[in-house]
Design a binder for this molecule. Structure first.
Ligand SMILES: NC(=O)c1ccc[n+]([C@@H]2O[C@H](COP(=O)([O-])OP(=O)(O)OC[C@H]3O[C@@H](n4cnc5c(N)ncnc54)[C@H](OP(=O)(O)O)[C@@H]3O)[C@@H](O)[C@H]2O)c1
Length: 397
C-alpha cells in the first residue's frame, strides 16, 4: 500500500519564538512515502505524560495560555518569563514535534519484509513526534500489540512501564534489596506497587496527602508514608528499617525530600550499628532523581554520613546501558501484563485541536493523581471532550 491517498496529516508543533512567546499550533504536513524499512502509523492514542509537558510548554506557565482560531486552525500562545529562557535557548525559533509514545494502525509500509509484515497491524512505538495524525518510523521501532489490544490500551507501554520495571532491575544490579519511591500515587507509582507486590519486593511509597495514602493502601501497599503528616520522618524511618531499603527513585527532584530519605536510611541502619563512626555507616545509600515535579533546587542537609550517592536517572540511557537483550526481557513482561500490572487509566480522550484549548490545557497540565489525558489524533477536530470513552472516573479529583 502506498501513501498516495494520504497526502497530508496534522502535526501538533511547539515553537518558542526569539521574542519569548510560546506558540502551539497544528501544521498540515506532507506524509512521506515510507522508505523500504519504514512504516506509516495512523496514530490513534498518545498519552500526555509529565515529560511531554516539559517539551510542549517549555518554561511557559500553561495557566497563562490564550487561544485564537477554531478546530485545526487553533493557535495557543503563552508568555515565557525572561528569567526562564536560559534553559531553552537551544530550541528558540524551532518548530518542534511533541509526544514521546503512542499507538495506532500501520496504514502504509515499505518494501522490506519486516515493514511489509506490519501493514494493517496495531502497533506501539516511541521516540518522539507522536502528537500527529501520521507518524513515519522504522519497522524495527514498532511493537505489535497483542490481539484484542486497542491503541488506547497500548499507547503507553514504553515510558512508565519500562521505567517501573527498570527501577527493580537497578535495585538487583546495584545490590539493594528494597526500594523507596516518591510521588508514589502517580500512574508509574501504581505500576511499581503492583510489580513489587507480585515480586515480593519491599517498597516504601512516599505520597503527599492522606487521600493518596489511602489509595495505595487500598491497592495493597504495605508501606505508605505521607510527607504532609507531622510524623513523616519517623514513619519513613520505621518503613526503611522494616524493608531495609537503601535505594530511592525520586520523581520530585526539588526540595528536601531526597535528603530526608537519606537521613531516614542512615537512621534506620544505625539502629543496629555495633558502635559509633564519625563518617557514618558504611552501607551505601542511593537516591536517583528521575523527575522534576518540583523544579526548585535539590537541598541536601548532609547528616547521613559519606556512603551515599545522589544522581540523575533517565530510562533511555539506562536501556542503552543494559543492552537489547535485557531491554527485550523487560518489554516482554510489559506486553504479557499490559492489561493488569501496566494498565494505565485516562481521565479523558481529546483531539489534537482540543489539546490546544486553554480550559483543557489547565486540566491536563496539572500532573495530578489520576488526571492523565490521552490524545487521539484521529478524533474529529470539532468533537467535544468525551469522558465516556474511558468509563472509569479519575481515582482522585
Ligand atoms: N526519568 C525517566 O526516565 C522517567 C520516565 C518515566 C516517568 N518519569 C517521571 O515519573 C514521574 C511520574 O510520571 P507519571 O506519568 O506516572 O505521573 P502522573 O500519573 O501524572 O502523576 C504525577 C504525580 O505526581 C504528584 N505530584 C505532582 N507535582 C508534585 C510535587 N511538586 N510534589 C509531589 N508530588 C507531586 C501528583 O500528585 P498530586 O495529585 O498531589 O498533584 C501525582 O500523584 C514524572 O515526574 C515523570 O517525569 C521519568
Amino acid at each position: 500500500m502506498s501513501t498516495s491517498e494520504i497526502r497530508t496529516g496534522l502535526q501538533l508543533r511547539s515553537l518558542v519564538k526569539g521574542s519569548g512567546e510560546l506558540e502551539l499550533s497544528l501544521v498540515n504536513a506532507a506524509v512521506p512515502e515510507p522508505l523500504a524499512d519504514e512504516v506509516i502509523i495512523r496514530v490513534e492514542a498518545t498519552p500526555i505524560n509529565p515529560s511531554d509537558l516539559g517539551l510542549l510548554f517549555a518554561a511557559a506557565d500553561p495557566n497563562t495560555a490564550t487561544a485564537s482560531g477554531k478546530g485545526a486552525g487553533t493557535v495557543l500562545t503563552a508568555r515565557i518569563p525572561e528569567e526562564a529562557t536560559w534553559g531553552i535557548k537551544a530550541r528558540l525559533d524551532q518548530s518542534m514535534l511533541v509526544g514521546n509514545e503512542g499507538a495506532g494502525i500501520v496504514v502504509a509500509a515499505g518494501s522490506a519484509a519486516p515493514a511489509a509484515a506490519l501493514l494493517g497491524k496495531t502497533v506501539a512505538t516511541f521516540g518522539g513526534g507522536m502528537y500527529v495524525q501520521y507518524h513515519a518510523t522504522q519497522a524495527s521501532r514498532c511493537v505489535v500489540l497483542p490481539p484484542g489490544t486497542s491503541p488506547a490500551e497500548g499507547a503507553a507501554i514504553f515510558i512508565n512501564p519500562m521505567t517501573a520495571l527498570s527501577m527493580v532491575d537497578v535495585m538487583r544490579r546495584e545490590g539493594h534489596t528494597a526500594l523507596v519511591h516518591t510521588a508514589a500515587a502517580s500512574s508509574l507509582g501504581q505500576m511499581l506497587n503492583r510489580i513489587c507486590l507480585a515480586d515480593n519486593i519491599g517498597l516504601v511509597n512516599i505520597v503527599r496527602s492522606r487521600a493518596q495514602l489511602e489509595l495505595l493502601r487500598g491497592m495493597g501497599a504495605a508501606h505508605v508514608c505521607d510527607s504532609s503528616a507531622t510524623t513523616f520522618q519517623q514513619d519513613l524511618t520505621e518503613a526503611l528499617q522494616s524493608t531495609g531499603a537503601t535505594l530511592a527513585f525520586d520523581a520530585i527532584g526539588g526540595g528536601t525530600l531526597a535528603s530526608q530519605i537519606l537521613t531516614g536510611m542512615e537512621s534506620a541502619i544505625n539502629r543496629s550499628a555495633k558502635g559509633y563512626s564519625r563518617y557514618g555507616s558504611a552501607t551505601h545509600k542511593q537516591v536517583y532523581l528521575y523527575g522534576t515535579l518540583d523544579t526548585g533546587p535539590t537541598v541536601l542537609k548532609r547528616n547521613f554520613g559519606l556512603a551515599f550517592g545522589v544522581g540523575g536517572w533517565l530510562l533511555t540511557q539506562y536501556l542503552a546501558k543494559i543492552g537489547p537483550a535485557a531491554t527485550a526481557a523487560l518489554q516482554a513482561r510489559v506486553l504479557a501484563e499490559l492489561k493488569t500490572t501496566f494498565a494505565c487509566r485516562y481521565t479523558r480522550e481529546i483531539s489534537l485541536a482540543e489539546a490546544l484549548q486553554p480550559e483543557l490545557v489547565a486540566l491536563y497540565s496539572r500532573r495530578s493523581t489520576g488526571g492523565k489525558y490521552l490524545i487521539n489524533p484521529a478524533r474529529p477536530m470539532d468533537a467535544s471532550p468525551d469522558a465516556t470513552v474511558r468509563p472509569e472516573p479519575p481515582l482522585l479529583s
